[in-house]
Design a protein around this ligand. Structure first.
Ligand SMILES: *[C@@H]1O[C@H](CO)[C@@H](O)[C@H](O)[C@H]1NC(C)=O
Length: 387
């Protein structure tokens, strides 16, 4: 049924390209963006398919979901949407004799260790999808392409809201504004999921991982890892830049004193720069003004306002019942593995632990380093702020 709309969306893409006059003017940037978007959709589609293949309803029960089939029902819809997006984008490209990129391989081993990890990763993946389409919008030169591609954006956003709810601890709609991501920023977050070379014609920013062990929230200091933070520039001279939706510019803090502010709720982008100039909220000016970017962004969800909806769907899931607010964290060791690229053949490679559980109640503030979901289902897994 979903494919019945395929032509409706593919037709404008094809018509634009097929029109001889306009075709002459067809800017390569539009083709590059469509190819880029298609590869992201392939990534998403394969990720959800692997998750659906792997998990049983009982796995969702173990992860704290009240009605496991409810989550599975939504994941199936999301998977279908992503597959349809890819099909349509490829049809649009093929209609004008352009080849989609189909040679990129993905590795989701580290994201599919357990339902809690997978759902946390999915939440990030959808946020990246929203940011990618929003960030691509001002780059598209043909308005018909813009509208056709723009019709995908709100769908990614609906997916993302669903994943906020499924997190159990998130706000369904945390902000009145969302955050655009430039293609290089998108790749920096998605890079760890690419298995082998995948040339999209766009350079990736250096990947940044947040390495805190234990839960972090307002007042907590963030620590980081990136190949680009390697002593070339002294850490004393680096800055952490935190950007949230609707904000004209980032909050700038010293690298060694990057504390989560009190008034943040929802997704935040975190960059490392070599100067204290705030990064701008819009990707265009951010790109022309980011000569001092060192790494990032990392994407973190800072859940300070849990809602009834999420707690109903996942009553014993991540963070529910906890008074501490958390973002997603990984160990430095995981961060190294993620950054150096997960190897699908390495046993146990790059497994995000469900570890950092710290409700500040039972464990004396020490991070719980157990792997996977904790026995009581209070999982902060989190695992993937640095993806
Ligand atoms: C070290 O970091 C700098 C940027 O800060 C980067 O240009 C360089 O490639 C990095 N070196 C390695 C070995 O990753």
């Amino acid at each position: 049924m979903r494919y019945s709309i395929l032509l409706a969306v593919a037709a404008p893409l094809a018509a634009v390209y097929a029109a001889p006059v306009r075709r002459q003017d067809r800017p390569n940037i539009d083709v590059t963006i469509l190819k880029f978007a298609d590869v992201l959709e392939q990534l998403e589609s394969e990720f959800y398919q692997k998750a659906l293949d792997k998990y049983q309803p009982s796995d969702f029960t173990s992860a704290g979901y009240a009605v496991p089939d409810l989550a599975i029902e939504q994941l199936k819809v999301i998977q279908q949407d992503e597959a349809t997006h890819s099909t349509v984008l490829q049809a649009g490209l093929a209609a004008v004799g352009e080849q989609p990129i189909t040679s990129c391989k993905f590795n989701f081993e580290s994201a599919l260790t357990d339902v809690a990890t997978t759902m946390a990763v999915a939440r990030v993946v959808e946020q990246v999808g929203v940011g990618a389409y929003l960030g691509a919008a001002p780059l598209v030169t043909d308005p018909v392409i813009l509208q056709a591609a723009g019709s995908i954006l709100p769908i990614e956003s609906r997916h993302q809201m669903m994943l906020n709810v499924f997190s159990g601890s998130g706000t369904a709609i945390p902000s009145a504004f969302d955050m655009p991501l430039s293609p290089s920023e998108v790749l920096s977050i998605a890079a760890p999921f690419f298995d082998g070379p995948c040339d999209l014609g766009v350079p990736a920013n250096p990947t940044l991982a947040i390495t805190n062990e234990g839960a972090v929230g307002p007042g907590n200091k963030l620590t980081f890892k990136s190949d680009a933070i390697n002593g070339t520039v002294s850490e004393d001279k680096l800055f952490c830049q935190m950007l949230v939706g609707g904000s004209p510019a980032s909050i700038t803090m010293p690298f060694n004193d990057c504390v989560v502010p009190d008034d943040i709720n929802g997704p935040a982008l975190i960059f490392i720069t070599a100067d204290s100039q705030p990064l701008l909220g819009n990707t265009l000016d951010r790109q022309t003004n980011n000569g001092k970017l060192v790494a990032g962004p990392a994407l973190a969800f800072i859940d300070t306002q849990p809602q009834m909806l999420g707690q109903m769907v996942r009553p014993s899931g991540a963070n529910s019942g906890s008074t501490s607010q958390t973002t997603q964290t990984i160990t430095p060791e995981q961060a190294s593995k993620i950054i150096s690229g997960a190897s699908s053949t390495t046993e146990g490679g790059a497994q995000p632990t469900g570890a950092p559980v710290n409700n500040g109640v039972n464990n004396g503030g020490k991070p719980n380093l157990a792997k996977g979901p904790s026995a009581d289902g209070k999982i902060d897994v989190l695992g993937w702020s640095g993806l």
